[in-house]
Structure formats: structure tokens, C-alpha cells
Design a protein around this ligand. Structure first.
Ligand code: HEM
Length: 403
């Protein structure tokens, strides 16, 4: 009813959203732009004086997209309770993430949030992370780069960094080593299943009409059949790791990883499975995307690269406090993530009617998406904002010895 009413009021383009028509809303332009939603929204936002647009189409809920900082603060702080992730979001990732922190609201979220905040602020987990990072860099990443330098082979840095990030996040979350950065081994089936599951789950969110993936899921056909198989592999593999960790914990004390900590604290298998899967999902592609774009930007900004090298100096990688002191490197990372955010958008769903600080009226059930990106010029690599962003075609590099 709302959709029809709004559509009939705005049958042509308006400054606060895409062209909309009676009944279908902006379905056609959404479909046309479905492969470049980020660019499309960025363009529409740049035309809107309040940096907010309203998108309505047949088969999907009314969506408010905002890049307005006051609106973002309102949703994430001032009126946080009114903007949970919401069922429409958690439904998309629910089959994969279950009740993991990344996909729940309310009490379930709050308990896991407190647990995660506590664990990640402990000195012992921080030391474990830095030690893991140091080992992976010294024993795998540097030898791999040296190998590429000697052979003069072209290396896909994005692929290398994704493997690197997966090894780290698995070692920290599960206490197991998937040996992803060891290129002599085949890509582990768990990695392939994670890739398939996150890609198809992301496609659910981009579908012009949500009912279609739901019908495919009910009939277990096409991409939904592949998703179901990939999720089963992820769940079974992680449960297997949990069970073998439990057996190991009976005979020795914990190894310092997150899984050991959760099991030692007495949490059940199902809860722990969902929690660690959320951490792997949350930590893997975000960090590799951030590093890929940073290295690409540095290759274009030799001055900044030199300043980072000066700051690194003879610093040891094994000292967390010394890493924290690297303010120029931190500034470069922040700037790189501002230009190419690893998580380009994030949605919440309104529990009750509300009015955002810029005056946009939010109806109960509306989706509100916060969003931040600078348009890129044609010569630059293409930024692909699926669940987590990446660079189309990877970042191909040649490794040379620094003089
Ligand atoms: C450059 C790296 C990263 C970026 C840009 C990033 C970004 C984000 C964003 C945008 C959210 C959503 C926040 C919200 O909805 O309010 C999030 C949540 C989360 N991230 Fe990260 N993240 C990064 C690295 C990591 C790593 C390394 C881990 C852990 C291994 C991690 C674990 C989580 C978890 C558990 C959540 C859910 C928190 C909650 O719902 O309270 N993230 N992250």
C-alpha cells in the first residue's frame, strides 16, 4: 500500500532517489544497475542535498540509503535500540552464520559481544595474535615473496593476501593451520566452501526480487543447492575441528586460540561453531581487502611508501605496543579504508517509526543502509562491494629487491 502510494506521487526522477514508477517503483533501474549498485547509489547520493536517498521497488522493502554522518550516529548510537540488523538481513546470512554474533540482535548479540570484547582485550590473546602474525609473515609470506622475486613471476597480491588472512584468522579463531599460503598444496576444501557460501549469500542480498532465492531454496535448485552443500561442508568441518580440540583439551591446557578459550569456558558445540564461523567471516576478507588496496595505493604514492619504511625502521614485529605506535602507517591504512572501505555498506532495520536527523522519515520495518565511498576514476581497478569488497581481477605485481 505504501509502495503504491509513494510511487503514484513520484512517477519521475526526484533528487532523493532513483526514478520510480507506479506499482514497480524503481525495479527496472535497480535491475539495470544490479551489477554496479555501489556506483549507482554513490551517484544518487551525490545528487541528494541531505546525502540520503529513498529506494523503493516491487518485491523488496523500502530502503533508505544514507551517507549523512548525523544519521549514522543516530542509528549506531543515539537510537541504537531502534536499529537492529533485523530479520531481513539475518535471513540472508542465517543459513551460514546461524546464531553467530555477526547475524543476531538483542540478548544473543549482547552476550557474544561482551564475551568477544573481553577475550580480545586480554593480553594473552593479543600476544597470541602477534605471535601468529609474526610466524606467518616470517615463515610463509616473506619466503613466498622472495620466491616470486627470484623467479620474476607475476604474483596476484590480492590472492596472496586472502590466503595470508585466512591462515591467520583460522589459527586465531580455531587454533588450526589451513596452510593456505603454502602454494604447493591444493586450496583446502573449507576455503572453497567458505568462498562459495559467502558469494551466494551475498547474491541473495542483491537479488532484485527476494522471493526468487527463497523459492530456489525451498526447491533446493541452482545456486541455492550449491549454497546448501557449501554450508554443510563449512559446518561439518568446523564441528570436526571443535571435537578434536575438545579431545585435545582433555589432556593439555588451551593453546591460546579463541576456540580453546570458548570451550574451556564451557560453551556448547553449536554456540561455539556459530561464533567462530562469524569470526572467520568477519576477519578474513575485510583484512585482506584493506591490505590489497593499501598496497595498490602505496604503489602509486612512493612518498608515502618511503615514510612508512622510515617509520618501520628496525622495529620488531613481535611487540604489540611498538606496532601500535606506528601512527603514519595507521593514517595510511585509515585513508586507504576511507577510499576503498572493505565493508562498503551495512544495513539495519527499523523496529519503530523514526525521523533521522536530516528529516528523513523512517517507517517501522524500513531498511536503512549506511554507506561511505569516493567515486573512482576509470583507469583505476574496479572495486567490487559484495559482502566484503575486493579488486576485480586481483592485484598483479612483480616483486623486486629494494635498493
Ligand atoms: C580491516 C578490517 C576490518 C573491517 C573494515 C571490519 C569492519 C566491520 C564492520 C563494518 C562491522 C559491522 C559493525 C556494525 O554492524 O555495527 C564489523 C563487525 C564485526 N567484526 Fe570486523 N572488520 C575488520 C576486521 C575484523 C577482524 C580481524 C575480526 C576478527 C577476527 C572482526 C570481527 C568482527 C565481528 C565479530 C563483528 C560483529 C560485531 C558486532 O556485531 O558487534 N573484524 N566489522
Amino acid at each position: 500500500m505504501q509502495l503504491l502510494l509513494n510511487s503514484s506521487l513520484s512517477s519521475t526522477a526526484n533528487s532523493n532517489g532513483p526514478p520510480s514508477y507506479p506499482f514497480v517503483g524503481c525495479l527496472f533501474s535497480f535491475y539495470k544497475n544490479r551489477g554496479r549498485l555501489l556506483d549507482w547509489y554513490t551517484h544518487l547520493l551525490s545528487q541528494s542535498p541531505s546525502q540520503t536517498i529513498v529506494v523503493q521497488r516491487l518485491g523488496a522493502r523500502r530502503t533508505i540509503v544514507t551517507a549523512n554522518p548525523d544519521n549514522v550516529e543516530h542509528m549506531l548510537k543515539t537510537n541504537f535500540a531502534n536499529f537492529p540488523k533485523g530479520n531481513p538481513f539475518t535471513e540472508i546470512l542465517g543459513d551460514l552464520l546461524g546464531s553467530g554474533i555477526f547475524n543476531v540482535d538483542g540478548e544473543l548479540w549482547s552476550t557474544q559481544r561482551k564475551l568477544a570484547s573481553h577475550e580480545f582485550s586480554t593480553k594473552s590473546l593479543r600476544e597470541f595474535i602477534v605471535k601468529t602474525l609474526q610466524e606467518e609473515v616470517e615463515n610463509r609470506l616473506i619466503p613466498l615473496l622472495e620466491g616470486a622475486m627470484e623467479s620474476e613471476n607475476v604474483l596476484d597480491l590480492q590472492d596472496v593476501l586472502r590466503r595470508f588472512a585466512f591462515d591467520i584468522v583460522c589459527k586465531v579463531s580455531l587454533g588450526t593451520d589451513p596452510f593456505c599460503l603454502d602454494l604447493s598444496r591444493p586450496v583446502p576444501s573449507l576455503v572453497k566452501a567458505f568462498d562459495t557460501a559467502s558469494e551466494i549469500s551475498a547474491m541473495r542480498g542483491m537479488a532484485p526480487v527476494f522471493l526468487i532465492w527463497k523459492i530456489k531454496r525451498a526447491l533446493n535448485i541452482g545456486s541455492e543447492k550449491n549454497l546448501k552443500e557449501a554450508i554443510k561442508l563449512v559446518h561439518d568441518s568446523v564441528l570436526e575441528i571443535i571435537r578434536s580440540k575438545k579431545r585435545a583439551l582433555e589432556t593439555k591446557c588451551d593453546d591460546g586460540d579463541l576456540l580453546s578459550r570458548l570451550l574451556s569456558a564451557g560453551h556448547g558445540e553449536g554456540v561455539v561453531r556459530d561464533m567462530v564461523i562469524s569470526f572467520i567471516m568477519a576477519g578474513r576478507d575485510t583484512t585482506s581487502a584493506a591490505m590489497t588496496w593499501l598496497f595498490w595505493l602505496l604503489s602509486k604514492n612512493k612518498n608515502a611508501e618511503k615514510m612508512i619504511l622510515t617509520e618501520v625502521g628496525s622495529r620488531s614485529l613481535s611487540d604489540y605496543e611498538s606496532l601500535k605506535d606506528m601512527s603514519f602507517l595507521k593514517a595510511c591504512l585509515c585513508e586507504s579504508m576511507r577510499l576503498y572501505p572493505p565493508v562498503a555498506w551495512d544495513s539495519k532495520h527499523a523496529v519503530n517509526d523514526d525521523v533521522l536527523p536530516d528529516g528523513t522519515f523512517v517507517r517501522k520495518g524500513d531498511r536503512v543502509t549506511r554507506f561511505e565511498i569516493e567515486p573512482v576514476c576509470n583507469k583505476q581497478p574496479v572495486f567490487v562491494p559484495l559482502l566484503t569488497a575486493h579488486m576485480t581481477g586481483g592485484l598483479k605485481v612483480i616483486v623486486r629487491k629494494r635498493t
